[in-house]
Design a protein around this ligand. Structure first.
Ligand code: DX5
Ligand code: ZN
Length: 221
């Protein structure tokens, strides 16, 4: 299962009209919705929580919602996001006191589970949990803000993560988040990623002729 998925990060969307923005990127060809949750504690920014996820579901969004938790502690919000309609929930292992338990909470709630690795977080956190995850998310910037530049060291780490996933023989997606653009996505894919988060690259590329379409950038990906 190595088909490529594009996951626009709504961090760069216009929050004043979030429902329409999500409808527009999905209609333009996006596969999943990347939902960045920041708590001004684990990361130095504050965004959106379970109520907004639930609002998107009530608005009619049926695509998978990929919830990226940049929060500490994580477990309480896991339950809230399961109830709010999340599809995939990922968290940073160093932000959880009990990684195995947090993964189990996500799966018990019927969601797909994943771990997120900051640029300097070692992949050894995967050692004992490959059978409990559906996604590995590598940060290619330090988390907290959109619009940062892709850190080139991520490419080697992606190759290493790809090796670990292939060696496990399991169906685990490899997602990359931060600084993904039209001009580097092919190289990132060659390094082993199959799921691509892009925030500013998508939402700053609104089609001139039709403000509701993002086809051009999604096609170039
Ligand atoms: C950063 C977030 C990313 C962010 C990516 O902490 O996790 O999802 O939105 O934004 P771009 O694609 O602009 O780097
Ligand atoms: Zn993210």
């Amino acid at each position: 299962n190595r088909d490529f998925l594009i996951a626009p990060s709504i961090l760069s969307a216009n929050f004043a009209r979030l429902g329409e923005e999500v409808d527009d990127v999905l209609a333009s060809g996006a596969d999943i919705v990347h939902f960045d949750v920041m708590d001004n504690h684990y990361v130095p920014n504050l965004t959106i929580g379970p109520m907004v996820c639930e609002a998107l579901r009530k608005h009619g969004v049926t695509a998978p919602i990929d919830v990226h938790l940049m929060v500490r502690p994580v477990d309480r919000l896991i339950g809230d996001f399961i109830d709010a309609g999340a599809s995939i929930i990922t968290f940073h292992p160093e932000a959880s006191d009990h990684i195995d338990r947090s993964l189990q909470l996500i799966r018990d709630g019927g969601c797909q589970a994943g771990l997120v690795f900051n640029p300097a977080t070692p992949l050894s956190y995967l050692d004992y949990v490959m059978d409990k995850i559906d996604m590995v998310l590598l940060m290619s910037v330090n988390p907290g803000f959109g619009g940062q530049s892709f850190l080139p060291a991520t490419l080697d780490k992606l190759r290493e993560a790809r090796r670990r996933i292939d060696a496990s023989g399991r169906d685990i997606r490899l997602e990359v988040d931060g600084g993904v653009k039209v001009d580097n996505i092919a190289e990132i894919a060659r390094a082993g990623a199959d799921t691509f988060v892009a925030g500013s690259a998508v939402f700053k590329a609104r089609n001139d002729a039709d403000p509701h379409r993002y086809d051009s950038v999604l096609r170039d990906f």
